[in-house]
Design a protein around this ligand. Structure first.
Ligand code: 13P
Length: 253
């Protein structure tokens, strides 16, 4: 059985005090949600502050990005080991905002995924199609290409540790959520891709999260789909009540 996983991607929001307060509010109430994994991914400058507010409780700490090199002259970048040093368990990689605003390629995402795994982090590797790709009937092809390239070269034991997030770009920050059927269809395709490259047993263990305009009001229905194992939540993760209500929706399954 796959344990549900709800992660909050705070993106470039909040100040240090707000980040600590939000993390503290989530941490205080996370005990009620013992049957799932919860994580928050603050801006990297607040990782230490948020880590302290989570104070060793069950809520995991994640970063929103990292660089694939271990150390050296890479001005402005942060290594996997640095994230581990700050107490991170997770790192979001290949988010569509990094792919489309900052020009990150599948090959760069792949190098980051491999470096994160080597350092002991759990990558939350994101894939997702643009609106024009969906409208042109190319969703399956785009997802396959991103899966093949961003997650290339992972031996079985590493693939088992990866979390995949399906985030249709047209649903991110738009209020236009994928229907549960649209999400389920792509999640099942992803599981079939894992099964074809590895085996069915392994495919059944990998958690696949949905992301894109998830809120408390639509979470339970999305999370009730057979291959939707959790959510990567943006805007709605900035309010403790809303984020915890989404998580409560996952627990009901
Ligand atoms: P929203 O939930 O704000 O649409 O963002 C989704 C997302 O990008 C999470 O990584």
């Amino acid at each position: 059985m796959r344990r549900p996983f709800i992660a909050g991607n705070w993106k470039m929001n909040l100040n240090r005090r707000e980040a600590a307060t939000l993390a503290g509010s989530i941490a205080r109430r996370a005990g009620e949600l013992a049957h799932l994994d919860l994580a928050v991914c603050p801006p990297s400058v607040y990782l230490e502050t948020v880590g302290a507010a989570l104070s060793g409780g069950p809520v995991g700490l994640g970063a929103q990005n990292m660089y694939h090199e271990a150390a050296g002259a890479f001005t402005g970048e942060i290594s996997a080991a640095m994230l581990v040093d700050l107490g991170c368990r997770y790192v979001i990689l290949g988010h569509s905002e990094r792919r489309h605003i900052l020009g990150e390629t599948d090959e760069q995402v792949n190098r980051k995924v491999l470096a994160a795994l080597a350092a002991g982090l759990t990558p939350i590797a994101c894939v997702g199609e643009l609106l024009e790709e969906r409208e042109a009937g190319q969703t399956g092809e785009v997802i396959r290409r991103q899966f093949d390239r961003s997650l290339a070269g992972l031996p079985d034991e590493q693939m088992r540790r990866v979390v995949i997030a399906y985030e249709p770009v047209w649903a991110i920050g738009t209020g236009k959520v994928a229907t549960p059927q649209q999400a389920q269809e792509v999640h099942l395709d992803l599981r079939k891709l894992i099964s074809a490259r590895y085996n069915q047993g392994l495919a059944q263990t990998v958690r696949i999260l949905y992301g894109g305009s998830v809120k408390a009001a639509n979470a339970a229905e999305l999370l009730s789909q057979a291959d939707v194992d959790g959510a990567l939540v943006g805007g709605a993760s900035l309010k403790a009540d809303e984020f915890l209500a989404i998580a409560a929706g996952a627990q009901r399954n």
